[in-house]
Design a protein around this ligand. Structure first.
Ligand code: PLP
Length: 455
């Protein structure tokens, strides 16, 4: 494509390298430039309006133009635009938010550590758990188990915990001490005729076998999203979390719940850990904590994790970890206002109610020739597209079918995300039934056009 000289498109191609984009193709394709937000919708530079069916990157819970968040940011910027939390310094918004998060926690938690992104939070968790193992006189206890297709970010440690080839290939990852166990996707990974319960039993057995093979004294923690997000919106099979947690308890292995997508209402309860009856020792949060109006993340740890850390930092003289912008007063002020809005407007209940409506309508496509599986929980859903329902196979090139359908959906005014050949839906938590009706109408057209193209 040729771009107008000096146009935003031409300048983007000239100066900007994009995350998760084919850098060479981008020179030809150019950017999609989003100019404004309006509730659950965004408007591009040509004036086209889209339902943001992914809430940005699974994150804009309260919608794209919430004036209360802008006002909270402005007020805090005028009063104290920045202060740090090193060396025991603190400020009101960080204190209020730490207390609020501990009070919201579904299991007893002790302290909050602030960071700036989901990746940075997970990276910090791994590093501090290593520190804790050393503090406890167990330097051999350094391994963390995550899952194939899990997503935990892109820093060296968090990308290692991520279980997707695209985050490892050519990056020389994963690093040592990071292991991956099976993905709990019943539709794709269960054996023929295996029930959800039997599949969950097998996954728990495989986890136990991995722990035994590695040496239980070397395994420190297990990290997982309550529902896998970027790996395909994989809702765990019946009994999965009960069985996995029984294995972790047996070997005294810590559970880290990566709530970066699930947290703050996405699964129809405040945290995914509640929806799946998980008892984590560490909970990682980001995205919907500020509705992504500000880069912000945090993790909570329980006393069992905190006490050895405190002793070790006392022995050394300082906890030698922390980020300049962490717990930023403006970010914390936005988070507090955002959480207030989520509570006042009962957006968690809305996610449960409208999410059920969305999934009911997605399920009505089950007989469509392209639809292999519909899955989801709360306001998170995926539709897996196939060309052969029996064999569960799509086009020869993985992702081609999903991308085509997502492109058609985009042409009809809905932003979704193709995850290989599954379409993901994670709209802002403020959506109503009319918004979903629009999405479903666009999806119907998109599926029919896709079926025709792949006939
Ligand atoms: N953890 C989960 C579950 C995520 O979905 C993501 C991002 O999508 C991350 C961690 C990484 O967050 P960030 O992109 O803010 O580094």
């Amino acid at each position: 494509m040729t771009f107008q000289p000096n146009s935003p498109e031409a300048r983007d191609v000239a100066y900007h390298i994009h995350s998760y984009t084919d850098a060479r193709s981008h020179q030809e394709d150019g950017p999609l430039i989003i100019e404004r937000g309006d509730g659950a919708y965004v408007i591009d530079s040509s004036g086209n309006r889209y339902l943001e069916g992914m809430a940005g990157l699974w994150s804009v819970g309260v919608g794209f133009n919430e004036p209360r968040l802008a006002a909270a940011a402005a007020k805090q910027m005028e009063k104290l635009p920045f202060y740090h939390t090193f060396g025991g310094r603190s400020h009101g918004p960080a204190i209020d938010l730490a207390e609020k998060l501990i009070r919201l926690a579904p299991v007893p938690m002790s302290k909050v550590f602030f960071t700036n992104s989901g990746s940075e939070a997970n990276d910090s968790v791994l590093k501090l758990l290593w520190y804790r193992s050393n503090a406890m006189g167990k330097p051999q206890r350094k391994k963390i188990i995550s899952r194939l297709r899990g997503y935990h970010g892109v820093t060296i440690a968090s990308a290692s915990m991520t279980g997707l080839p695209i985050n490892h290939t050519s990056f020389d990852l994963p690093i040592a001490n990071v292991l991956h166990t099976g993905c709990p996707h019943h539709y794709r990974d269960a054996h023929d005729g295996e029930s959800e319960e039997d599949f969950a039993t097998r996954l728990a057995t495989e986890l136990e076998e991995m722990i035994e093979a590695e040496g239980p004294e070397t395994v420190m923690a297990f990290i997982a999203e309550p529902v896998m997000g970027a790996g395909g919106i994989v809702v765990p099979p019946e009994t999965y979390w009960a069985k996995i947690q029984a294995v972790l308890r047996k070997y005294d292995i810590l559970l880290v719940a990566d709530e970066v997508i699930c947290g703050f209402g996405r699964t129809g309860q405040m945290f995914g850990s509640q929806t799946f009856d998980m008892q984590p020792d560490v909970m990682v949060m980001s995205k919907q904590i500020t509705s992504s109006y500000f880069p912000f993340s945090a993790f909570m740890i329980n006393d069992k994790v905190f006490e050895p850390l405190a002793d070790e930092s006392n022995r050394i003289g300082v906890l030698g970890h922390g980020f300049t912008g962490a717990g930023h007063p403006t970010g914390a002020a936005i988070a507090l206002e955002n959480l207030k809005i989520i509570e006042e407007r009962d957006l968690v209940a809305n996610a449960a109610e409208v999410g059920a409506y969305l999934r009911e309508h997605l399920n009505s496509f089950r007989d469509h020739p392209l639809v292999g599986e519909v899955r989801g929980v709360g306001l998170l859903a995926a539709m897996e597209l196939v060309l052969d329902k029996q064999e569960k196979t799509a086009a020869e090139k993985p992702g081609q079918l999903g991308k085509y359908a997502a492109d058609r959906l985009f042409a009809h005014g809905v932003i979704s995300r193709p995850m290989v050949d599954a379409l993901a839906f994670c709209p802002p938590m403020i959506v109503n039934r009319a918004d979903i009706d629009g999405l479903i109408g666009a999806l119907r057209k998109s599926l029919d056009e896709t079926a025709k193209a792949f006939d």
